[in-house]
Design a protein around this ligand. Structure first.
Ligand code: ADP
Ligand code: ZN
Ligand code: ZN
Length: 734
């Protein structure tokens, strides 16, 4: 066989390899190129895959090699750099290549939709022109009408219907049978080639200017820049200018934002300021919208691609720069499904492959990122001042043991709120728990409303008169009486819904706006809430994680963190980092306008070293302490971790599988195995969960071990009784 006579195809199956095919014997246009989609026979089925490479020799015997059925693309839909990234990701996350490739494509493309935006248009042929000139067809006014239309311009079906009414269809059929008209595919741009003229931004301050220059000078090659600056220090202005430089050089920009950060305001800011066609990709799109956004990026019509996690795979053409906003955000890591990638880490690899700079922005960089700065792999760019005049907010701990509290609010907090509200400022109250109360309790017999599927309590949602499980989504209507003894039941503890009720009672006449997933479930509600806040009508904002990011609440001068203690004593070694990040982020909402801000943290543990280091030395002081602890305990970034998680309807099979997997590792020298242990919440959504951790001093050691070990545990008989996944670089442990 001649070279490249075997095509190596990624197919959407959980099998961890590529499949070999012969080119079709009668393929029009020659052998399909690497990076294009092909339809192939696979067992009894026909499936669509992507050609990832070629080989001289097949891995299966010649006579078993089947031919592809057809090629679907004339041009590759993945450029070589993106293909290399997919190969790398499959290796690094030890995930089947076919599933990796599939997750990089919108469903419609996986199912064979065209990669190009095409419309079918009718046009007149030369023969048709002659016929028309001769006055034919003389006795068919409808057909003449169609010819007349098409002489002016090719027309799509809907245009012909609009102009000629329903009779056009029969007429075109007759005309095309005579060869006087024909139909063909035309590219149809969905984005204007140029958007509005870019709006100028504010003149940059010295630090912003230095950051932009530094990145611009690096634009000839790969480099990772960490743009570290508190909220409001002007990071987004730096992104905008960096993107602008890429556009001016005729290249495109890829911007990743956290799930929660992709607000209409942010999109508007990018749109207005860059004045460039933009493709937006996020999880809220319909399949069709996803396809259109992908095509806009692929065709190069979109010069800016902005999106959440999976946009890291967007086919941005002629990439000039990658920007990752809030790089520490947990939503960059895919949490569920099989392919658990980190979009931030893949973005760095993508930038490397494309030889372009990447900017990782955050007020609170991940400890991994700080470690990469310490070791010199990344370059730090600091913004130390707020772009506007306000001073950074002052943080104070409120000792919950020393103060009376009612409804979750301590006396000093209520007093401070009254003072700030009297000064016509806005107050933000943060509690990371939605619903009315986390528990429904019977005070007579001690019954607590449990979830039938989880080791968890049901949360009270009073407004909806429902009990809901925040882990599996189970719902029940809110009982009036205890199902066990018949006494009255009462909600215990605080959720955002209840805090809103309490604040409305404490501060009558002052509008309170709630921001959490329950509120924004109804379409238009998020916009409405944001508008109440931005207009200043809503004076108190109560919310979950949702209030910590992205929004510019100008008049907020007081931020209250109702419970700073979640995360202080977690089994997860990352919990402290997440808590510190949340506190700093939410504190950043305060004092963004002209007035200085104040932040109050309610805690039962005011002497906890994490809180005191955070207060005394800020996030970086905290990070130093936390990194020293991680080094001591040999946790990442001072080691490499992978987690194997298994679940089954009963507890035994999950633990049995993981124990056998552990036994197969024998006395592997390059790794340490920890577990298996049941999850902290062992039963979730009706399944029992357990976990085995694999830790290694080095990345190479971990991957060497995983390569050999995974192949063996896959064929364990006990593997068939469970669902299991591998999570490389897990960010949540249980
Ligand atoms: P970050 O992204 O760090 O939170 P932004 O870029 O959103 O900060 O800036 C915060 C606010 O300050 C915005 O309203 C922005 O328009 C304004 N701003 C940023 N840089 C400047 C500057 N150099 N001069 C004046 N205003 C600025
Ligand atoms: Zn009871
Ligand atoms: Zn549940």
């Amino acid at each position: 066989m001649s070279p490249a006579s075997v095509l190596r195809v990624a197919l959407p199956t959980p099998v961890r390899r590529l499949f070999d095919y012969r080119p079709a014997t009668h393929q029009a246009g020659g052998t399909p190129m690497v990076g294009t989609r092909v339809r192939v026979p696979f067992g009894q089925r026909r499936v669509i895959g992507v050609i990832m490479g070629t080989a001289e020799r097949a891995e299966v015997p010649e006579e078993k090699l089947r031919a592809i059925l057809e090629g679907l693309d004339e041009q590759p839909i993945f450029d070589p750099a993106l293909l290399a990234l997919l190969h790398w990701a499959a290796g690094y996350y030890h995930h089947p290549i076919g599933e990796v490739v599939a997750s990089a494509l919108p469903t419609a493309l996986r199912n064979g939709a065209s990669a190009l935006t095409c419309v079918q248009r009718w046009r007149i042929t030369a023969a048709g022109e002659h016929a028309y000139a001769r006055g034919e067809p003389a006795r068919a006014p409808r057909q003449r009408g169609v010819l007349e239309e098409l002489r002016a311009a090719p027309r799509a079906a809907h245009e012909l219907s609009a102009r000629l009414g329903p009779s056009w269809r029969a007429a075109t059929r007759l005309l095309s049978a005579r060869g006087w008209i024909e139909s063909g595919q035309d590219l149809a741009p969905t984005l204007p080639a140029v958007a509005a003229a870019p709006q100028p931004g504010p003149p940059l301050n010295d630090e912003q200017h230095a950051a932009v220059e530094r990145i611009r000078l690096a634009s000839g090659g790969f480099g990772t820049f960490v743009l570290q600056g508190i909220t409001g220090s002007g990071k987004t202005e730096v992104y905008l200018q960096v993107a602008q430089h890429a556009l001016a050089a005729g290249r495109s920009a890829l911007v990743l934002v956290p799930e929660i950060g992709l607000t209409p305001q942010l999109l508007e800011r990018f749109r207005e300021r860059l004045g460039a066609p933009m493709a937006v990709m996020h999880s809220g799109l319909t399949e069709h919208e996803r396809l259109l956004a992908w095509r806009d990026a692929f065709s190069g019509r979109a010069r800016v691609v902005i999106g959440t996690r999976s946009a890291v795979f967007a086919p941005a053409s002629n990439l000039g720069v990658i920007i990752v906003d809030e790089e520490h955000d947990a939503s960059y890591k895919q949490h569920d499904g099989g392919f658990r990638y980190s979009a931030r880490d893949l973005a760095v690899m993508r930038a490397r492959g494309a030889a372009v700079p990447i900017v990782l922005g955050s007020a609170t960089p991940a400890l991994e990122t700080l470690h990469n700065l310490d070791s010199g792999r990344y370059t730090r760019l600091r913004l130390t001042r707020r772009a506007t005049r306000a001073e950074p907010p002052r943080l104070t701990l409120i000792d919950l043991r020393a103060h009376a509290q009612s409804g979750g609010l301590s006396t000093p907090v209520v007093q401070a709120m009254a003072t700030h509200l009297a000064a016509h400022a806005q107050v933000l109250v943060f509690l990371n728990r939605r619903g009315y109360a986390p528990t429904l309790l019977c005070t007579a017999c001690g019954w607590i409303a449990p979830c039938a599927n989880c080791d968890a309590r049901l949360t009270v949602h009073l407004g909806a008169r429902m009990l809901r499980c925040h882990h599996c989504g189970a719902e029940a209507s809110l009982p009036e009486r205890c199902p066990q003894c018949g006494f009255a039941v009462k909600p215990v503890g605080q959720g955002t819904e209840r805090i809103e009720e309490t604040l409305t009672r404490l501060f009558p006449g002052i509008e309170c706006v709630r921001l959490d997933r329950d509120v924004i479930r109804r379409p238009g509600e998020l916009e409405r809430a944001m508008h109440r806040i931005a207009s200043g009508a809503g004076r108190i904002v109560v919310g979950t994680q949702m209030v910590t990011k992205g929004h510019d609440f100008r008049d907020v001068t007081l931020v209250v963190v109702l419970n700073a203690d979640q995360g202080l004593f977690s089994a997860d070694f990352r919990a402290a980092e997440r808590l510190a990040q949340t506190i700093v982020q939410v504190a950043g909402r305060s004092g963004r306008g002209e007035r200085p801000g104040e932040v109050l943290l309610q805690t039962e543990f005011p002497g906890h070293p994490l809180l005191t280091s955070l207060l005394a030395e800020g996030y970086e002081g905290f990070a130093r302490t936390a990194l020293a602890e991680r080094r001591q305990a040999a946790w990442p970034p001072f080691s490499r971790l992978a987690a194997v998680r298994a679940s089954a309807p009963a507890a035994e099979p999950a633990l049995a599988f993981l124990s056998e997997a552990r036994a197969l590792a024998g006395a592997a020298r390059e790794v340490r195995l920890l577990g298996p242990v049941p999850a902290a919440m062992a039963r979730r959504a009706g399944r029992h969960h357990a976990q085995l951790l694999i830790e290694s001093r080095t990345r190479a050691g971990l991957h060497l071990f995983l390569d050999a070990w995974l192949a063996r545990i896959q064929s364990l008989p006990s593997a068939r009784r469970v669902r299991w996944t591998l999570d490389v670089d897990p960010i949540e442990l249980f």
